[in-house]
Design a protein around this ligand. Structure first.
Ligand SMILES: *Cc1c(COP(=O)(O)O)cnc(C)c1O
Length: 464
């Protein structure tokens, strides 16, 4: 039993701890308030440990405890990570990797810009004017609008034409995308009544025609991007739907999701519906994401007829869903790249998508010995063939032949894989792989060069 009462007076004060050079670094990373609270907490814990007989802790130990608490409780994100998961457009990791031109454009747009000012006349301009012309050029549409993301684009379209009215959607297209986005739910929030048409596997033009009542506000198609119905199926063509809408005086919309601007078959990939096809078929409004196959910043793109886009812009929700100058700058740079002869040379996401296995495998072979050295004796590192996927609901069944490193513990597995994954996540630039049954796998499709991974792994042996 401790004989005397603990020497609490030998503990440093919070004020003294705040002056320590390393604490200043913590304040730069997390701010003064959270750092102060973490130091207080470390002192409280030290006092209770001392009450149990522990000695007075070193000042460094107190600061390290505070740092651990800050790191554990308050992420500093968005921080740069290395996405080696094998999923190109990983929603949890921010989807598309922006082009250098898009990054430059964002920096240039940080200060005052001609966002809603027409420099030629000095009058008020439209925020998404500069992107509108390019979107029209790339898709053949008459007009375009940009909002926060594709979910917002769908909400806005539904609310513009479906408020207090019926929106007709095929039963085969009532999809859920990524957990929280479900067409029927968004329909309710948009104030529209869902009118289901046809059956899950087969929907015919006559089904739409029969369901078209006097209160129909919109005919809508949704690309069921993240799943496929196979077998005895039938869906109505875009052309037939557009014609039906025109005939009955009801606007038509198509939610594409990923919306590729090039025909992916050109690169040996399965076809992905393109906005320009829907526009050519006569659909009034087409919505798609800017941060999926387009490879740009998060945004929702709406292209269509002049009348329909005018109606969308006149909706008060448009103001609530609009996008900021920084993203518009990145979007314009991304669209500009698509209008060049070889967009894959400028857009990292497209380049990663098209990267051949023959280019990835040598990278894996070059890296294997160095990664093995970083991991130490307990681990074996093998070059393995892999299959990457696109992600974000785009072409869920498409597999891209790839290569990478398989890291597996030599002895008993236990929780070794989880511990290694945790160690990789804790690096200054966290490295994210994928845990399979008996290995941690790093897919190198998305790794630019060997040095990037080696720099992230650092000099010291890693193995936990
Ligand atoms: C991804 C997707 C959405 C949602 O787009 P966000 O950009 O994530 O808001 C909507 N519809 C479809 C068909 C999609 O694939």
């Amino acid at each position: 039993m401790p004989s005397a009462s603990p020497a609490y007076q030998d503990l440093p004060s919070v004020a003294a701890l705040l002056e320590a050079p390393f604490t200043l670094e913590l304040q730069r990373r997390w701010g003064r308030t959270l750092t102060t609270e973490a130091l207080r907490q470390a002192l409280r814990e030290a006092r209770s440990a001392m009450a149990q007989g522990s000695p007075v802790p070193e000042t460094d130990a107190l600061i390290i405890a505070a740092k651990g608490a800050l790191e554990g409780q308050f992420p500093r994100g968005p921080r740069q990570v290395l996405n080696l998961t094998g999923t190109l457009l990983h929603t949890n990791l921010g989807r598309a990797a922006l082009s250098p031109a898009a990054c430059e454009a964002m920096v240039a747009a940080a200060g005052a810009v001609d966002l809603e000012l027409d420099l030629s006349t000095g009058r008020r301009g439209q925020r998404d004017q500069a992107t509108e012309a390019l979107l029209c050029a790339l898709t053949g549409a008459e007009a375009a609008a940009v909002v926060n993301n594709n979910a917002a684009a769908v909400l806005l379209v539904l609310n513009t034409y479906g408020l207090g009215k019926e929106v007709l959607v095929s039963r085969g297209e009532l999809v859920e995308i990524g957990g929280s986005f479900r067409i029927p739910d968004i329909m309710v929030r948009a104030g529209a009544t869902l009118r289901e048409v046809g059956t899950t596997n087969r929907t015919h033009e006559r089904d739409y025609a029969q369901a078209l009542g006097p209160n129909a506000g919109l005919l809508m198609k949704v690309h069921p991007s993240n799943y496929a119905i196979e077998g005895y199926t039938s869906e109505v063509s875009l052309k037939a739907l557009a014609n039906l809408g025109k005939h009955q005086g009801v606007p038509t919309a198509f939610d594409l999701g990923a919306g590729s601007l090039v025909d992916l078959r050109r690169y040996g990939l399965p076809a992905e519906p393109q906005p320009q096809e829907a526009i050519a078929a006569g659909i009034d409004l087409v919505t798609f994401s800017a941060d999926k196959l387009l490879g740009g910043p998060q945004a929702g793109l709406i292209v269509g007829t002049k009348d329909a886009i005018t109606a969308v812009r006149a909706n008060p929700l448009y103001r609530a869903l609009r996008v900021d100058k920084v993203r518009l700058a990145a979007l314009r740079a991304t669209l500009l790249a698509w209008d060049q002869p070889e967009p894959e040379g400028q857009l990292p996401t497209l380049a990663q998508l098209l990267r051949p296995e023959a280019e990835i495998r040598p990278l894996a072979e070059a890296l294997a010995p160095a990664v093995a050295a970083r991991l130490g004796e307990g681990w074996s590192v093998a070059v393995v063939p892999l299959e990457s996927q696109i992600g974000s609901g785009a072409q869920p069944t498409t597999r891209l032949p790839s290569a990478g490193l398989s890291l597996s513990p030599r002895g008993s597995k236990g929780r070794a894989l989880e511990r290694l994954a945790q160690a990789l996540r804790s690096l200054p630039t966290p490295v994210l792989g994928r845990i399979t049954q008996d290995a941690l796998v790093l897919d190198l499709r998305t790794l630019g060069n060997a040095e990037t991974l080696l720099a992230a792994l650092g000099e010291h042996p890693l193995a936990p």
